[in-house]
Design a protein around this ligand. Structure first.
Ligand code: NAP
Ligand code: HSE
Length: 436
C-alpha cells in the first residue's frame, strides 16, 4: 500500500453488479470513508466494450479494456471481481492474490470450481479473498456462517438460493406466465446470469451450495458431484396440483452433515403452504440454517439485482480495507478451514414424494402403479385423479417417506407400463421428518 490513508480499488466488470457497486461507493462515500478510516478511491474499471453506456457513477476516465493496465497498477490495494465466469476471472484473481492484493468477488461459479485453491493462495500470501455476494445477493449468509456461527456445529441448511428461479416460479404460479416470459423479465431485471441456463437448470444454486458447504460443513466438494436439477420441466398443472395438496413448488438447495459424508442436492420440491419458505416470493432468497446448539435460524432478503448485491460487495470491501489498514490482512480468510468430503449418494436420501403419472384412463392402471410402488416398499399417502380429456388422466400421489433410489427404481418400472402416456414427474416434499 502506497498511502496508508487511502484504499485504492479497481473493478473487473461494470455490468449489473459492477454498476451497483460504483453507485453505492459514490452515494455513501463519506460514510464509507469514516467506517474504513480512509477514503475508498476507484482507479480503473475493466470492461469488454468501452463504447457501452454505463451507470452514471462510472467515470469515463476509469474505463479500460486492458487487464494489464488494471493489474500492473503499483498503487492498487483491493481488486473487485464482478465479470463472472471461470477463465479470465480466475486468472486475474490469482494474479492479484500473488501480488498480495485484497480480493472481493461475487463469482460463485469460480468459487465452486476453484474456491479452496484460491483461498489457500490468499492464506499463503497473507491477504483476504472475500465473497459475501456470491450467495444470497444482499443477505449476509457468508458472514453469518463464517463469523456468527463459528462457535456452533451446523447440522443442516436448506433454502431458496436462486433469485431467478424463485422469481420465475412465482410469476408462473401467481400470474400464469409462461417459462419464456418469466425468464425474459428476470433477465431484464438483472437477476439472471449472463448464461441463464446456469439459473434455470440449477447450476447456479449448486455452485452456491458448494460455497455454503465450505463454510457450514468445512467441506471441500466438487460441484459436478452435487445432484442437480432445475425448473424447466415444471408446468402450470404441477403448481395447481401442488396447491390442491396444500403445497407450493420451490427450487431448493439442501445440505446436511452426516459426519462421514455430506448430503448436498439441488432440485424443485414441494413446500407446505404453512412453511415460511413457501411465502418467500419473487427475487427473495431465504436460507434456513440449523446449528446443533443454536437450533434453526432463518436468513431472508433480496437474493439478486444490482443494489442488494452491491451491498454485500461493498461490505466486503470495507472489511478487507479495514483489515489492511489495521495490519491484519488475511486474518478473516485464515479462519476458513476445509477438508475433502464425500457426497452422500442421492439414492440413499430419505424423503416423501409428489408423483404425477400421465396415463390412459382404463381399468387396472391404478392397481399397476400401486403394486409397483408396493414392490419397492413405497407407501401411498394421498391420491387424486384429474381429467385432461381424450381418454387420458393425470394420477397425482404423495408418498410417505421412502428411499430416493427405491423411488427411482419404481418410476423406471412404471414408465415401461403400456398405459403410461407421457413423462412421469416426481419431486421431493419438504417435511420435518427429513427436512428434505
Ligand atoms: P453482467 O451484467 O453480465 O456484467 C459483467 C461485466 O463484466 C460487464 O461489464 C462486462 O463488460 C464485463 N466483462 C465480462 N467478461 C469480461 C472480460 N473477459 N474482460 C473484461 N470485462 C468483462 O454480470 P453481473 O450480473 O453483473 O454479474 C457479475 C458477477 O456477479 C457474476 O459472477 C455473477 O454470478 C455475480 N452475481 C450477480 C448477481 C446479479 O444479481 N446479477 C448477484 C450476485 C452475484 P461489458 O459491459 O463491456 O460487456
Ligand atoms: N443469477 C443469480 C440468481 C444472481 O438469480 O440468484 C444472484 O446470485
Amino acid at each position: 500500500m502506497q498511502d496508508a490513508k487511502t484504499i485504492r480499488i479497481s473493478l473487473l466488470g461494470c455490468g449489473t453488479v459492477g454498476g451497483g457497486v460504483l453507485r453505492l461507493l459514490k452515494q455513501n462515500s463519506a460514510y464509507l470513508a469514516s467506517r474504513v478510516g480512509a477514503p475508498l478511491v476507484v482507479r480503473k474499471v475493466l470492461v469488454r466494450d468501452p463504447t457501452k453506456e454505463r451507470d452514471d457513477a462510472c467515470e469515463r476516465g476509469w474505463v479500460t479494456t486492458s487487464a494489464e493496465e488494471v493489474l500492473s497498477d503499483p498503487e492498487l490495494d483491493v481488486l473487485v471481481e464482478v465479470i463472472g465466469g471461470e477463465q479470465d476471472a480466475g486468472a486475474l484473481i490469482e494474479r492479484a492474490l500473488r501480488r498480495g492484493l485484497g480480493v472481493v468477488t461475487a463469482n460463485k461459479l469460480l468459487l465452486a470450481r476453484r474456491g479452496p485453491e484460491l483461498l489457500d493462495l490468499a492464506v499463503q500470501q497473507g491477504t483476504d479473498l472475500a465473497f459475501e455476494a456470491s450467495v444470497g445477493g444482499g443477505i449476509p449468509v457468508i458472514r453469518t456462517l463464517r463469523e456468527a456461527l463459528t462457535s456452533d456445529w451446523v447440522e443442516q441448511l436448506h433454502g431458496i438460493v436462486n433469485g431467478t428461479c424463485n422469481y420465475m416460479l412465482t410469476r408462473m404460479r401467481e400470474d400464469g406466465w409462461s417459462f419464456e416470459q418469466a425468464l425474459r423479465e428476470a433477465q431484464r431485471l438483472g437477476y439472471a446470469e449472463a448464461e441463464p441456463s446456469l439459473d434455470v437448470d440449477g447450476h447456479d444454486a449448486a455452485q452456491k451450495l458448494v460455497v455454503l458447504a465450505m463454510l457450514a460443513f468445512g467441506a471441500r466438494v466438487r460441484e459436478d458431484k452435487v445432484p442437480t436439477s432445475g425448473i424447466r420441466t415444471l408446468d402450470a398443472d404441477d403448481h395447481r396440483f401442488a396447491a390442491r395438496l396444500g403445497y407450493r413448488i420451490k427450487h431448493l438447495a439442501v445440505g446436511r452433515d452426516h459426519r462421514d459424508k455430506v448430503e448436498l442436492r439441488v432440485h424443485p420440491a414441494l413446500v407446505p403452504e404453512g412453511d415460511v419458505l413457501a411465502s418467500v416470493s419473487g427475487v427473495l432468497n431465504a436460507i434456513r440454517v440449523e446449528g446443533r446448539a443454536l437450533g434453526p435460524c432463518l436468513l431472508s432478503g433480496r437474493g439478486a439485482g444490482a443494489m442488494p448485491t452491491a451491498v454485500s460487495v461493498v461490505a466486503d470491501l470495507v472489511d478487507v480495507a479495514r483489515a489492511r489498514l489495521a495490519g491484519v490482512a488475511g486474518l478473516a480468510t485464515r479462519g476458513i478451514q476445509m477438508e475433502t468430503r464425500e457426497i452422500l449418494p442421492l439414492q440413499e436420501v430419505l424423503s416423501s414424494f409428489y408423483l404425477r403419472f400421465p396415463v390412459q384412463d382404463r381399468p387396472g392402471v391404478l392397481a399397476g402403479i400401486a403394486s409397483a410402488l408396493g414392490a419397492f416398499g413405497i407407501s401411498i399417502e394421498q391420491m387424486f385423479q384429474t381429467n385432461p380429456g381424450k381418454g387420458l388422466v393425470d394420477i397425482i400421489m404423495t408418498t410417505h417417506q421412502a428411499r430416493w433410489g427405491n423411488l427411482e427404481n419404481a418410476m423406471r418400472t412404471i414408465y415401461n407400463y403400456d398405459f403410461i402416456a407421457g413423462d412421469i414427474r416426481f419431486l421431493p416434499i419438504l417435511r420435518d421428518e427429513s427436512a428434505s
